[in-house]
Design a protein around this ligand. Sequence first.
Ligand code: FE2
Length: 171
Amino acid sequence: MNKDINWYWNEVKKVFRDDEHMVDHTQKVYTYAQEILSGQPEMSTEEKRTASIAALLHDIGILEAEKKHGSRMGKYQHIEGPPLVRQIMEKAGELNGTIDRVAFIVGNHHNFKRVDGIDFQVLIEADMLVNLQKENIRKEKLEEFINNFFKTKRGKELAQPLYLKKREPTG
Ligand SMILES: [Fe+2]
């Protein structure tokens, strides 16, 4: 019997302990992932589940990266994330293929050139939707970036207000 999303959510909170920022960030990315998935009728239930678990676990290695390497940078998260993904998903009794897939996505999620499937694409779009809101990028650059980066229908729709609403820097 596969574990449900609440079970995974509990595991995420255990790993992030009292890091409220990471819990909050993961919640936001998961919510965006669900929105994007709702506009993807061509994806199978299994693919959607893989993308959902990947959204919940995508930053799972961040505290371990900081502890072991003194940095939260993507390249260290890519090292520390997959073993934690495997540990949690094995405990959940997932199939090896699903575990491998989520471990691959988590272990490459800052490496956009490695995106090789719609489940991976959904995760990076959801993560980007959260992260773009913190960035201060010029409107034209942002528009160009969004047009190139977002591939899913809902992802594009959700990203557009981020630059349409943006004002030109005054100074
Ligand atoms: Fe993230």
